[in-house]
Ligand binder design. Sequence first.
Ligand code: NAP
Length: 246
Amino acid sequence: MTSEPRVVIITGGSRGLGAGLVQSYLDSGDRVATCSRSGTPQVETWQDDPDTSDRFLFVPADLSKSADAETFVKAVVDRWGQVDVLVNNAGVARDGVLGLTSDDDIDTVIDLNLKGTLYMSRLVSRRMLVRKRGSIVNISSIVGRSGYRGLAVYSATKAAQEGLTRALARELGSSGITVNAIAPGYLRTEMSHGLDEAQLQQIVRRTPAGRLGDPEDVARACQFLTDPRNNYMTGQVLVIDGGLTG
Ligand code: NAP
């Protein structure tokens, strides 16, 4: 007997790490929903490919707005009736020393990275509580632990996501729902474009694995954390950084 494909939500899956996560779950045969403010050629490919078109849903949404998060989750539940996995991946960074950071930049980063994660976790955990099953993974960052010059607001939101992970794991554990976080090191995505080549090379030199991370490195860990057989590990943060902060 084959089990039903899972329903997986990956936020911010139009590019970067999120796109790698979407691909990984589509490759596992799951039904995958993602959102971002705008579509990309990658999103169109998943929508058009006969192998994925009926297992893939894209909803344009700005997750810093509670109403958009609600519209997104409703669209997923209308289509597939449930949610098995939520990966809070959508995130944004604004570079600059705190003393020169504008109110707008502080709001942008907190509204998506922290409030967006809270909105999505609130909406999805309600559904998971009814079924008494599910997994939530929050994509944090090593800078939430180590800090990084010029990323104070971003680092604060990533540390907050880890606090949320631990609290929610306690809140949902007795209902069979796991909540974990992944703290990736530096990945070559649009977000790391703010780092110049010299900074990237320095990071590579200091990384025992001798390279930057790939979305696939994180996707493998995420698959492990959301495997329904792996239901005794919760409230943890898995660091995937090639040994950089080990
Ligand atoms: P990215 O390439 O910039 O992609 C971010 C994704 O989030 C895009 O799909 C983007 O699409 C979406 N997004 C941005 N603002 C949004 C909003 N308001 N509402 C909904 N979606 C929104 O970033 P990434 O490097 O893949 O980062 C993904 C996650 O990994 C983030 O949480 C980040 O903090 C974390 N991370 C990244 C690194 C790294 O080195 N790159 C390291 C550690 C952790 P739109 O712009 O169209 O909305």
